[in-house]
Design a protein around this ligand. Structure first.
Ligand SMILES: [Zn+2]
Length: 137
C-alpha cells in the first residue's frame, strides 16, 4: 500500500505531529487507498500491524495530533469504555454539558477542561452540530 508520512517531530515530547488535515474532533485525517481514516490509526497499523476490529487507537501522550506509534496503544472496545477515554463522552455527559451551559455561569473552556475534551468539541455539543466521533472502518 502507499503510505506517505507527513509529520514533524516535537523534540520536547517526542510526539510526531501530524501535518495533514485535522478533523473538527482534533484528530488528523489520512486517506489510504481511497478510504479516510485517522492519521494516528493509519500510522499505528503501518508500523505495528493490523488491529482488532472495533479497536480504538489511544494516545498515551494525550496529543490527538500525535502519530508516533510509540505513543499509541491499541484499546479494545470494552477496554475503551472502561477507561472513559478523553474525548469520548457518554450520552449523560453530553446532556450534562448542555444543561450546565444553558444554566449559565460557565464557559466552553471550563467545560472542556472539566470533561477533558477540546473547546471545539464543547462548542459542537452545545450547537448540536456534531457530537460524535468520525466513524472509522
Ligand atoms: Zn505523542
Amino acid at each position: 500500500m502507499t503510505f506517505k508520512q507527513r509529520h514533524r517531530i516535537d523534540e520536547k515530547t517526542g510526539c510526531w505531529i501530524w501535518l495533514g488535515t485535522i478533523a473538527p474532533n482534533g484528530y488528523g485525517h489520512k486517506c489510504i487507498n481511497g478510504k479516510v481514516t485517522t492519521a494516528h490509526r493509519a500510522y499505528y497499523i503501518y508500523f505495528r500491524g493490523p488491529v482488532q476490529a472495533g479497536s480504538h487507537i489511544d494516545h498515551r501522550c494525550r496529543n490527538t495530533r500525535c502519530v508516533n506509534p510509540d505513543h499509541l496503544e491499541e484499546v479494545t472496545p470494552s477496554e475503551n469504555l472502561r477507561r472513559g477515554r478523553q474525548g469520548k463522552l457518554s450520552a449523560d455527559d453530553v446532556a450534562t454539558i448542555r444543561s450546565r451551559y444553558a444554566a449559565g455561569g460557565t464557559t466552553y473552556r471550563k467545560l472542556a477542561a472539566e470533561f477533558g475534551i477540546s473547546n471545539m468539541h464543547v462548542s459542537n455539543i452545545i450547537n448540536l452540530l456534531k457530537n460524535r466521533d468520525v466513524k472509522l472502518p
